[in-house]
Design a protein around this ligand. Structure first.
Ligand code: AMP
Ligand code: MG
Length: 398
């Protein structure tokens, strides 16, 4: 059977960058920037006063002048009219453009305003260019302001706005179809019989897709019937990403693998040596659309989405760096079988570490409640000792 890392390598081989499109800035939050963005001008775009105070010529200070005549008041958003001559200063506001004849700003706290438009400087020391943010010191015109890919989080959106990027180049989102299966599974608005369960995975999967802002355009539940599966999956395969849940194991009514084959799906792999989630299947439709068939147990569904669907998305969005981060596991963990094991981990407040908790297996819907990520117990490792560093996949996708 395929090992986890072999399966990951196959997914990476399958991934191609999503097409690039543009969206208006006000709907770009959390989209993935597809092209680097260059500075359209210098930032700051002018020598900007960082304080309310006065602006002087440093040469005057160096000559020993301590009292200045206010020539003009310079407000933010207004250009000064006059140039300074010896012994003159501007009153200047934070955010105002410091005129070319002034090269040092002294805070209001360090001066005394006298009568007759005169100001006395109380400071013992005044430095050249103090309290003036210099033209281009944050970002020079033509330099790269944002690299791609990157998620358009709030600071990114702010930077794009400062740079005047109204139409943001982002990766197009693939359309997603979610098909759940199972004779025992009923809609959540229905009263389940004592042998039935609610279709929680449909909502789990929709929530996981929502974290990536993926448009879920088809959501359907099918009973474990070959004919019904053939029809629904045939329709679902028209979408870029098809996520099927359940019916992919070795039970008598697990028709998903054979129905997919009948629909011409090329199976990349079926079954991976992992726990939970072993029955997972990944393949490609004749159209090139990608199919993920995830096992029905809720924890298996969550883990296989994070391991395989997100690996695919990560690569198609062009992220090159590792998805897992390193962190300490604070408690011991051992396993007997040589499989890659994945388990919910919980960040402990006041520490930089995580713990794991025992649960009732992959059918335990509550096992991942409150977790911050999925820990990885590698296949060739028997024991993880308390405080050992392990790899963790964040629950928040990025
Ligand atoms: P399967 O992968 O179809 O063999 O299902 C394995 C287990 O997952 C069974 O106990 C199912 O009841 C459960 N299960 C299957 N589909 C869902 C679903 N949509 N929501 C919640 N549990 C499910
Ligand atoms: Mg089933």
């Amino acid at each position: 059977m395929l090992k986890y890392l072999e399966a990951v390598a196959k997914i990476r081989g399958l991934a191609k960058p999503f097409p690039v499109t543009t969206v208006p800035l006000d709907s770009a939050t959390n989209r993935i920037l597809a092209n680097p963005i260059l500075a359209d001008r210098d930032y700051p775009p002018f020598n900007r006063s960082a304080m309310d105070g006065i602006a002087i010529r440093i040469a005057d200070w160096q000559q020993g002048i301590r009292e200045f005549h206010v020539r003009e008041t310079v407000f933010a958003g207004v250009d000064a009219v006059f140039a300074l001559t010896e012994g003159e200063c501007y009153r200047i506001m934070t955010g105002a453009a410091c005129p070319p004849t002034a090269d040092s700003v002294i805070r209001n706290e360090d001066v005394s305003y006298l009568t007759g438009q005169r100001v006395h400087v109380e400071s013992k020391q005044v430095l050249y260019r103090q309290h003036i943010a210099q033209l281009g010191e944050d970002l020079a015109k033509g330099n790269q302001a944002l690299s791609a890919p990157c998620r358009c989080d709030a600071p990114t959106i702010g930077t794009l706005a400062a740079l005047g990027v109204r139409d943001v180049p982002v990766y197009a989102h693939p359309s997603v179809a979610i098909v759940t299966t199972g004779n025992e599974v009923v809609a959540i608005d229905q009263q389940p019989d004592c042998f039935q369960i609610r279709n929680s995975n449909q909502y789990l999967l929709r929530a996981l897709c929502a974290q990536w802002q993926l448009p879920v355009v088809l959501v359907q539940h099918v009973r474990d019937k070959r004919g019904a599966l053939l029809e629904t999956l045939g329709e679902a395969l028209e979408h870029d990403i098809v996520i099927i849940n359940g019916g992919v194991s070795a039970g008598d009514t697990d028709y998903v693998p054979e129905v997919l084959e009948e629909l011409g799906v090329d199976v990349l792999f079926h079954k991976v040596l992992i726990k939970p989630g072993k029955p997972v299947l990944v393949g490609t439709a004749p159209s090139g659309n990608v199919v993920f068939a995830l096992p029905g147990n809720p924890l298996s569904c969550l883990v296989t989405f994070k391991l395989f669907v997100e690996e695919y998305l990560w690569c198609c969005f062009g992220f090159g760096h590792a998805r897992f981060k390193k962190a300490k596991l604070l408690n011991d963990k051992s396993k007997k079988t040589p499989v890659d094991e994945f388990f919910p981990v919980f960040r402990e407040s006041q520490t930089d570490g995580y713990t794991w908790r025992s649960h009732h297996g992959s059918g335990d819907i509550t096992a991942a409640l409150g977790c911050h990520g999925i820990g990885w117990h590698p296949q060739n490792k028997r024991d993880i000792n308390a405080n050992e560093v392990i790899s963790i996949l964040s629950l928040s996708s990025f």
